[in-house]
Every structure is written in C-alpha cells, then in structure tokens.
Design a protein around this ligand. Structure first.
Ligand code: ARG
Length: 466
C-alpha cells in the first residue's frame, strides 16, 4: 500500500477546520482501506447509480455525470488490473476512489458527493456485499443438501445404531440420519433467504443521518441497485448494522450444524466405530505413524465455528452501546463479516466434498446396530401390543430380559424362547420378528420416523424443494 507523504490525504478532503495533519497513530487507527478495499465494486456501482440519479433530477449536469461514470469505469479497470494505488492516508475505499476520480476528471469529481455522506455510502456498499454473500451461501447450502439427499437415497435402508447421550438407543437408518442434516441445513438456507429479504432496502440518500434538502429520488437509486425499495428512516439507516449481525448469526448457527456433523465424522471414522471411510482427498496422513488417516478437514470445520461465533460476539459487542446514529466504532463491522464469510464458505465447501466422497461401511453399521440391546424398546412395544401389558410393566419385563442377556454376554435376539418365557410366560416365538434391527426400523412408520418407507418420503419432499 502506498502512503508517501506527498500523496493527497483524506485530511485535505475534510480538514478545512484542522490546523495539522493526523499523527501516524491516528492515521493507523483511523484507516480501513486495508480491509474495506474489498468493497470497491459495490462502491463504484453505488456511485454510478447516485450520479445517474443526480443528473436525472437536474442536481448535476449530464456532462458531469458522463465524466463521473467514465472516470469510475477507469478506476474499476485499474483496481481489477491491480494497477490502482491504494493509500492509507485516504482512509477508506470511498475516499481512495473519490480522490482518484478527481485526478482523472477534475472538478466534476467533487459533485459526486452531493446529497450523500460516507455514512449512507458505507451502509450501501456493505449491504450490497452482504447481500451477494448471502446469495452465494444460499447456493452453497443447496449443493450441500443435494449431496446429503444422494447419500440418503443410497442408504434409505442402511441400518445403524441411533444414539442418545452417545449411547446406543434404537436402530435407525443412515438415510434417516442424513436427512436430519438436510433439515438443519434447510433451516439455515431458509434463514439466509429471509435475511436477503430483510436487507433488501437501499440506504443511499439517507445522507449523514437526516436526509437531504436536494430533490433526490431514492426510489430510483434503490431500483437501479436491485433493491426492493429505499429504507424508511434516515437515522436508522446509517446506524443499522442488523444485516451484518443477521449474517453473522446465521453463519454461527450454520457453523454449529457443520461442527456437529464434523464431530460425528471424526467419531465415525475412528477404527473403533469404523462407520465410514473418508476419501484421501479429505484426510491426511501422520508424519510419524504410518497407519493413521486423520480427519483434518472435519476437525478444521469444527474449529472454524469458534472463529465464526467469535465474530458474532465481537460485532454484537461493538454495537451494543452505540447511540444513534453513525459512530466510527461501526467501521469494525467489516473484518468480522469478511472473516466469517470466508470461513463459512470454506467449511461448507469442505463438508460438501466430504459427504460426496465418503465411503459408508454398511457392514460395520449393521453390526453395531445389533449390539447394545438396541431393540429393547421393540420388545417392550411387542409386550404391550401382543401380550396386553401396560407399557410401564413391559418396560420392567424388558429390563429383566436385558439383564439376562447381559449376564449371558449375548444380544436379545440370541436368548431362547424358553429363557424369555421364564421372564414372562406370555412371550411367544412371534417376538423374534421384532428383535432384529431390520424389523425394528421397518416398524417405525410414524410421520418423520426411521422406517425406510418414511425416509423415502422425506427424500421426495426435499427433492421437490432443492
Ligand atoms: N470507513 C468508514 C466505515 O467503515 C466509512 C464511514 C465514515 N464516516 C464518517 N463519518 N467518518 O464506517
């Protein structure tokens, strides 16, 4: 970044009443160009729409407007070609661009800032950026959901143990488990869509905070910039960062989902569980232990959640004590959002790749599903249904059966009919139909349940919405 002393500085642009330039430390704490240069395209787009509106309302001449647009186009190509010299003395992206415009087109450049302030300008640029990021996130979540739908379809009747407290609970299907994540990421995507709708209002024209006396047309700029309508209250407009907070809270919830999934992947890929094998593309070896295959991508997805949650807390804390309207504190909004956006994109992309590539070890899942007395509830339900026991009694009888199996070191299905009849005389050989894990999952046909027939309905519902 160039910051030679002979360069134009922002002090020259607002410094009419100041006797000396900013100290080096002031310059350093004040400048945001190091990160807000990311907003260059949005800044230029916003300025073009603003200049066009000013000319159409007769506030600036058509000739000045043409010069401004031409100059802004030149600046856009310079930035994209990497030849633009960003200067810290010019504080931020808005003044870097405006100063360059003045060099390129002379006095007409000074007319661009009529009827606006950096306060509505930065609100506009940042809103446009967050809107685009949300649109990108929406597409990435759709791809992740699609990956899960494919795995769910292939595994609609792959039996695995379902867990509560990470203890074997009841048999479920891997397809059903995959569809649980589809629900979670589907809710994330719905939140993204809602946030896009929420922020779809144009801030430009709120000016510093009070609006302006120039006869501007905010509906015109809103339309030109692809917003539904202009914001309604100029004070709120320049002090509002809800769109950034919403982005961060959505990102935090989504990252939390990704982290829970990452944790499951880490557990499932251990030799002890062995439910899945990660592809080489998403794991690494150990430099000392040749047998190891580490789930690094999943671990890093889990860790990124810490950063993303941290960004949310940071911005909430920045905003919580601010009086209306704009305060410079709000400049600290961008790095949090940029960093969280980068982390979230990476985490979703890595997870989509892992889900697409992972090998499901059906034999291991099936074996684990049958152990740990996972069909005990099925036995209790059979006693209620076939032997007419109240559920509480059936629960007790089943507990005795589990204790016996435990003593013998076998599964429930391995107990003989005679042994079961000692526990309760009304038990018949029909009970063995429900003691298998396949029979157990097939019986759970309640809406949203784990029966393969139900899982297929869930998949079809989502296919129609993805
Ligand atoms: N760089 C500033 C920010 O990011 C732009 C707005 C500055 N406005 C002001 N009144 N100093 O918030």
């Amino acid at each position: 970044m160039a910051d030679d002393t002979d360069q134009k500085s922002s002090n020259q642009m607002w410094g009419g009443r100041f006797a000396s330039g900013p100290s080096a430390i002031m310059e350093e704490i004040n400048a945001s160009i190091g990160f807000d240069k990311k907003l260059y395209a949005q800044d230029i787009r916003g300025s073009m729409a603003h200049a066009t509106m000013l000319a159409s309302k007769g506030i600036i001449s058509p000739d000045d407007k043409d010069k401004i647009i031409e100059g802004l186009n030149t600046i856009l190509s310079e930035i994209e070609a990497g030849t633009f010299e960003f200067s810290r003395k010019l504080e931020d992206i808005h003044m870097n661009i405006e100063a360059r415009l003045a060099t390129l087109i002379g006095t007409a450049a000074g007319r661009l800032h009529t009827a606006r302030s950096r306060n509505d300008q930065v609100a506009l640029d940042f809103r446009l950026w967050v809107k685009e990021e949300l649109q990108k996130t929406e597409g990435m979540l759709t791809a992740l959901i699609a990956a899960f739908l494919d795995r769910a379809e292939e595994n609609a009747d792959t039996v695995m143990p379902g867990f509560t407290h990470l203890q074997t609970a009841q048999p479920v299907t891997f397809g059903h488990h995959c569809m649980a994540y589809v629900e979670m990421f589907g809710r994330d995507r719905a939140r993204v869509r809602h946030a896009i709708e929420h922020l779809d209002e144009s801030p430009i024209g709120a000016a510093a905070l009070a609006g302006t006396g120039y006869p501007i047309d905010r509906h015109m700029t809103a339309k030109a910039l692809g917003f539904r309508e202009p914001t309604r209250n100029s004070i709120d407009t320049v002090s509002d960062r809800d769109f950034a907070l919403e982005f961060l809270s959505i990102a935090s919830i989504c990252a939390t989902h990704l982290s829970r999934l990452a944790e499951e992947i880490v557990i499932w890929s251990t030799p002890q569980f062995g439910f899945i094998r990660l592809s080489d593309a998403f794991s690494t070896g150990s430099s000392i232990m040749p047998q190891k295959k580490n789930p690094d991508a999943a671990e890093l997805v889990r860790a990124k959640t810490g950063r993303i949650n941290g960004s949310l807390v940071a911005l909430l804390t920045v905003m919580k004590g601010l009086p209306l309207a704009y305060s410079k504190d709000m400049q600290e909004d961008k790095e949090q959002v940029f960093d969280a956006a980068e982390s979230l994109e990476l985490a979703i992309a890595a997870m989509t790749g892992m889900i697409r590539d992972l090998e499901v070890r059906k034999d291991r899942m099936r074996a684990a599903a049958g152990s740990g007395y996972s069909t005990a509830t099925d036995l209790a339900d059979w006693l209620v249904r076939e032997a007419g026991l109240p559920f509480r009694d059936a629960h007790h009888v089943t507990g005795n059966a589990v204790a016996l199996a435990e003593k013998k070191g076998c599964d429930l299905a391995d107990l003989s009919l005679e042994e079961l009849q000692v526990i309760h005389p009304d038990i018949t050989k029909g009970v063995f139909d429900v003691l298998s894990v396949e029979a157990s999952v097939a019986s759970r046909t309640s809406f949203g349940g784990t029966a393969p027939s139900e899982v297929k309905k869930q998949i079809a519902w989502w296919r129609g919405r993805n």
